[in-house]
Design a protein around this ligand. Structure first.
Ligand code: CDP
Length: 221
């Protein structure tokens, strides 16, 4: 019997577009490593803020980035990024990080620091016997894995997304983050040519997942 291939699924989209929920369900259903790259940018942002390194101070920022050591720990099927052996604080979802993350994420040196680490999650997934990985973010299908087996891009009306985020609680100006993420020069948030565009404004999370799963399942047979 042929061994099923290791598959890579990229899910990109704006803030609160349903990337995390859909990718976690796919990870459980198909035994994939779930990689939330937004949590990596959030963790770095938290760490740089904690060290008092401003995103406008490039020399200090570069020195701080060179000092960060990244490793991975599994939390169920999700890859948790550790910095200097430490997991992210729950504050990476708080208002301060929400307000700053897009500014740090716009800096090419910050993105470059995470590039190899993100691609290295393929080895982590293989070492732990996963059948593939599902990675969510803003530039996964465009920059990190442009040759991924599946590249999805999730759209949803900004008002609907703001409602979803408010339901989760917390303060988050998602429209402002989308504006910054889409207009930056380095790896902007964009639906890459050839990606499968799904508008989730009027369909449920289950329906989004079923659309994706219907395409993925045959590849894993
Ligand atoms: O889940 P949510 O939509 O709130 O955002 P996230 O995925 O946690 O990402 C937080 C921020 O990280 C984004 O607003 C981007 O500025 C940045 N990010 C990025 O630039 N590239 C990625 N691949 C993932 C996140």
């Amino acid at each position: 019997m042929a061994i099923p291939p290791f598959i890579i699924i990229a899910i990109d989209g704006g803030a609160a577009s349903g990337k995390s929920s859909s990718s976690k369900i796919l990870a459980d259903r198909f035994n994939l490593l779930h990689v939330d790259t937004g949590s990596f940018y959030r963790h770095i942002t938290y760490e740089l803020l904690r060290r008092g390194v401003s995103h406008t101070d490039l020399p200090n920022l570069k020195a701080a980035l060179a000092d960060l050591k990244f490793t991975t720990r599994l939390n169920g099927r999700s890859a948790q990024m550790l910095i200097g052996g430490e997991p992210a604080s729950s504050e990476i979802r708080g208002q301060n990080v929400n307000d700053h993350v897009s500014h740090y994420a716009a800096i090419p040196e910050v993105r470059h620091t995470l590039l190899g680490y993100q691609r290295g999650q393929v080895d982590v997934a293989k070492q732990h016997g996963f059948r593939g990985l599902v990675m969510e973010g803003r530039d996964i299908g465009s920059v990190i894995f442009p040759a991924a087996d599946f590249r999805f891009f999730l759209h949803a009306d900004p008002a609907e997304r703001a409602k979803r985020r408010a339901k989760e609680g917390g303060q988050d100006s998602i429209a402002e983050r989308d504006r910054l993420d889409s207009s930056r020069k380095a790896s902007p948030l964009t639906c890459p040519a050839g990606a499968i565009d799904i508008d989730s404004t009027f369909i449920s999370l289950d329906q989004v997942v079923e659309k994706m799963a219907a395409l993925i399942a045959p590849k894993l047979k």
